[in-house]
Design a protein around this ligand. Structure first.
Ligand SMILES: [Zn+2]
Length: 435
């Protein structure tokens, strides 16, 4: 079907200024012309139908570069996993996919699940069996025996183990390779500040993946693991916490400069742990450990703000699914990007055009330009002025197909609805912009 989509204004996802009075000509799944003005260009010829959202801002569907669809964002997803079948994980992943799509996320990059669940989910969505965003899946992340997220069963030991695991995942249809370059907070037996693979092992993973046309995303908290990942040429670094083996957050300026020079995409996953931290901040009294945790979080955010000022490519990713980080609230992650010093348009760019580059899908997704898939949101209000406009979602279009706006009622933690999500005086930018 050929039709015209009309909006009040358009954010194209390239980071460019807002375009007034947009008309988009959509043929089947694809955008085939973009025009600004009230008259339909003659060259478009006869068009049967008009989808009129002239009271709305049009923008690309969001791309979340880091989720775990099989997890429910409960208090302890790892404990849940121990007594849940793969069938149940698949059904939960389907539910999370639906929540994401109806909240405006049209592409997700799944950064790890058990068995082949995320591949099956991707297939079911692609076939139209269930509603959901486009899924880019790594399947099981590579990790050393007993390493971070070993319970996903992606253990790969040494060079041979890594090569075998990548070959298997590529056969199963992995869209990219995820490797755990350090320990992680969700696997208590590991140290997030310590590298879990050698520099040579990470390099082998990147080379082997590249030979199969795949990029590598590296989970990294520790500085040593981050060095391995950036030097090996990993496409993305997830979390990037600048952690020492003693688990202190300490900025390494040489590493920061190297990340910028290499153009490594960094996915800071700021929403992970945001709600518990916000709750702690509201508490009248806190333990020493709780205070330390809050300070570590603030240091990480300050480092990300520094990297952004230096020109680092920060990509939107929520880590939805991990502890108390539920699906269905994409605006929170955008607001947290804004607090690093991004304008709303820059935050949206990190979740559209830039994210598409990081995911290797920029030829078809991420921006509202000719030749791209028509993954489009219509929202009341102006997200280029206030990102919260994205909660007033009127229409989600996936591949040229408008979906009924049956967005689920999704109660949010009140913290992020307030004008000052942080009480912290160093973060006044957002509060002022809102006054
Ligand atoms: Zn993750």
């Amino acid at each position: 079907m050929r039709f015209i989509l009309r909006g009040k204004q358009l954010i194209d996802g390239t980071g460019a200024a807002v375009l007034p009075a947009p008309l988009l000509l959509i043929d089947n799944t694809q955008i085939c012309a973009v025009h600004s003005g009230h008259e339909t260009p003659r060259a478009w010829g006869h068009v049967d139908r008009l989808l009129d959202y002239s009271h709305c801002t049009l923008l690309p569907g969001l791309i979340d570069a880091h989720v775990h669809l099989i997890w429910g964002g409960t208090a302890d997803p790892v404990a849940d996993l121990a007594h849940e079948s793969n069938d149940l994980l698949l059904l939960r992943a389907a539910d999370n996919a639906r929540l994401s799509l109806f909240a405006g996320v049209t592409t997700v990059r799944d950064c790890g699940g058990r068995a082949g669940t995320t591949f099956v989910l991707r297939e079911a969505i692609a076939r139209g069996l269930i509603p959901g965003p486009r899924v880019r899946a790594c399947g099981r992340p590579l990790t050393p025996p007993g390493g971070h997220c070993h319970f996903f069963h992606g253990e790969a030991d040494g060079l041979t183990g890594i090569r075998d695991a990548i070959a298997r995942l590529a056969d199963e249809g992995a869209d990219f390779i995820k490797i755990m370059a350090t320990g992680g907070g969700m696997t208590a037996t590991t140290n997030p500040g310590v590298a879990s693979y050698t520099a040579g092992e990470i390099r082998t993973a990147v080379e082997d993946a590249a030979a199969r046309g795949l990029t590598v995303g590296a989970h990294c908290h520790g500085v040593e693991g981050m060095w391995h990942a950036v030097e090996a040429g990993c496409r993305t670094i997830e979390h990037a916490s600048f952690m020492t083996p003693e688990r202190a957050i300490v900025y390494d300026p040489r590493l920061g400069e190297r990340l910028v020079a290499r153009g490594t995409y960094i996915v800071p996953t700021l929403p992970a742990g945001y709600h518990p931290a916000a709750r702690l901040r509201r508490q009248a009294t806190r333990t020493h450990d709780e205070d330390q945790g809050l300070r570590a979080r603030e240091r990480r955010e300050a480092i990300m703000a520094t990297l952004y000022r230096m020109g680092a490519r920060l990509v939107y990713g929520t880590d939805n699914g991990v502890n108390l980080t539920p699906f269905g609230e994409p605006v929170l992650g955008l607001q947290l990007m804004e607090q690093l010093g991004m304008t709303p348009l820059q935050a949206l760019h990190s979740a559209t055009g830039l994210a598409a580059e990081a995911l290797d899908v920029a030829d078809t997704l991420g921006t509202l330009q000719v030749g791209k898939q028509a993954d489009i949101l219509a929202v009341a209000g102006d997200p280029s002025q206030d990102l919260r406009a994205l909660t007033h979602l009127e229409m989600v279009m996936l591949g040229g197909r408008p979906l009924a706006s049956s967005a689920p009622i999704h109660w949010q933690d009140a913290a992020w609805h307030s004008d000052t999500p942080y009480e912290d005086s160093t973060r006044t930018a957002y509060a002022q912009a809102d006054d």
